[in-house]
Design a protein around this ligand. Structure first.
Ligand code: NAD
Length: 499
């Protein structure tokens, strides 16, 4: 027996069903059971949600920093107290194990905490007497309605890269989650309401290309933050900017780890396991190519294989290390890349296709897979696979390794493992990738730095969160002032307060 629910939109502080007759199934990847039907908005539905955000904007923009910050603190406290609920929703629709889902929420929460400091972050500058009796001041103001379009792999964290800062800065938000795991967004909308956010400041629009296209073309939307695959990121950037919007579009990835001969191979092998197979490889910062430099490859592969065999693949609500892939189609696609790699001559050292999971037979399983002797021509190397498949490439020198990392289309994350500080510094300087780890396999920047890749991993020039995030969600204004008659009036001996 299954019971399905209809997952709709959230606008003007309440649920909104919309008028669409199109829906998409939402599935628990660990059981294969359809648990819900998500509404796929019509353009008219999308306009209604955007209009709700537009209506809320003037009052929210004019709400004092003190009040906005108080609501952000409330949201942070509620999220922190109830994050297990959100993690359970993520596991049920995405499949990642509960501990990983909790980790995702915590990383999102860090951005909420960063955004709580918005009064400091929005401070402008001022020059007195720039000309005789003339002062010049710079201020930053919100943009208006902003769209956030999220991928399936981080249904809570990726939206939280953007909306806390957007809201704190005085914008109103329309979040378009992935249709594969749409419920986390609604849970966060309800939390915002409980935190005291006025209706219409945070809205959720469920849907597919129709919803995205309305966000990209609607005159009421001033900026769009997108995260997803590179072809869609490119489309979103081109379409949004052609319609006069500010766009940051974060795309796909194919991340390399370079293991130098002097590295501690046990630590490097641990790191390859964590970064290759965490969240079943469905992370844009996952390591999918391990480049072994010099004579260490046999030993390194043996150490990774030994560890991979100990991992337990199963239902994320049980005590598993790795959950299922998000959909059956995606599992089949990832598995077909392993078939292709094998056919192309790669050696399958650990074969996830034969895994025995701790979970339902109908789950979308693929165990950790380790391929050795992968070459740069193989599709398992050239394409973003987004699954638990780690390919080992063998090269003789640091220069060959660097050339590999720099010649692919993506430049999201990378890591080098070495005890040689000089080599690490050279890599940090020469590698053409946005986020670099030195003996750190998944170098996701903390909230007060900015997240973003280079090359086809990001379109636009502003990265997510940190001061770049504040910059993205505000625009500058410079005010030049001369007061001919600086009178003032009124008497109040009370202590000045922020209420
Ligand atoms: P996706 O590109 O399929 O979907 C992302 C969003 O775009 C979803 O909301 C989806 O509904 C929408 N969308 C899909 N097709 C569309 C179309 N034709 N027109 C308009 N909108 C469309 O990505 P995904 O499969 O959900 O997520 C995985 C991808 O996201 C991977 O490529 C991964 O590397 C990338 N990703 C990148 C980062 C980063 O920071 N660079 C972070 C997380 C995920």
């Amino acid at each position: 027996m299954t019971s399905t629910q209809t997952i709709g939109h959230w606008a003007d502080g309440k649920s909104f069903a919309g008028n669409s007759e199109r829906t998409a199934p939402v599935t628990n990847p660990a059981t294969g059971v359809v648990t819900g039907e998500v509404a796929l908005a019509t353009a008219e539905d999308a306009r209604a949600v955007i209009d709700a955000a537009a209506a809320a904007y003037p009052a929210w923009r004019d709400t004092s920093l003190a009040k906005r910050t108080a609501i952000l603190f409330n949201f942070r406290e509620l999220l922190n107290a109830r994050k297990a609920e959100l993690a359970a929703i993520i596991t049920a629709e995405h499949g990642k194990v509960l501990s990983d889902a909790l980790g995702e929420v915590s990383r999102g929460q860090e951005v909420v905490e960063f955004a709580c400091g918005i009064p400091h972050l929005l401070k402008g500058s001022m020059s007195e007497n720039a000309s005789t009796n003339v002062d010049v001041a710079s201020i930053r103001q919100p943009l208006g309605v902003v769209g956030v379009i999220a991928p399936f792999n981080f249904p809570a964290m990726v939206p939280m890269w953007f909306f806390p800062i957007a809201i704190a800065a005085g914008n109103t938000v329309v979040l378009k989650p992935s249709e594969k795991d749409p419920s986390a967004a609604l849970w966060m909308a309800e939390l915002w309401a409980e935190a005291g956010l006025p209706a219409g400041v945070f809205n959720v629009l469920q849907g597919d290309k129709v919803a995205v296209d309305e966000l990209l073309t609607n005159r009421g939307v001033k900026a769009v933050s997108f995260v997803g695959s590179t072809p869609i990121a490119q489309y979103v950037y081109a379409t949004g900017t052609a319609h006069g919007k500010r766009v940051q579009a974060l795309g796909g990835a194919k991340n390399h780890a370079v293991i130098l001969p002097d590295a501690d191979l046990d630590l490097a092998a641990d790191a390859m396991i964590n970064a290759g197979f965490g969240s079943a490889g469905e992370r844009c910062m996952a390591i999918s190519a391990c480049v072994a430099v010099g004579p260490i490859a046999d030993e390194l592969v043996a150490k990774i294989a030994e560890r991979a065999h100990t991992l337990k693949t199963g239902d994320g609500t049980r005590d598993s290390d790795m959950g299922p892939l998000v959909t059956r189609a995606h599992r089949d696609r990832v598995s077909s890349y392993v078939d292709a790699g094998e056919a192309d001559g790669a050696k399958v050292v650990v074969d996830g296709r034969t895994v025995t999971p701790d979970g339902a037979d109908e789950g979308f399983w693929l165990g950790p897979t380790l391929l050795d002797h992968v070459t740069p021509q193989m599709s398992v190397y050239t394409d973003e696979i987004f699954g638990p498949v780690l390919s080992v490439l063998r090269v003789d020198t640091y220069d060959e390794a660097l050339e590999l990392v720099n010649s692919g289309p993506f430049g999201n994350g990378t890591a080098i493992f070495t005890n040689d500080g000089g080599a690490a510094r050279r890599f940090q300087n020469e590698v053409e990738v946005g986020m670099v780890g030195i003996n750190v396999p998944i170098p996701v920047p903390t909230a007060y730095y900015s997240f973003g890749g280079w090359r086809s991993s990001l379109f636009g020039d502003t990265h997510a969160h940190g001061t770049e995030g504040v910059h993205f969600f505000t625009r500058g204004k410079v005010v030049t002032t001369r007061w001919q008659d600086p009178t003032h009036g009124g008497i109040n001996l009370g202590f000045p307060q922020n209420d």
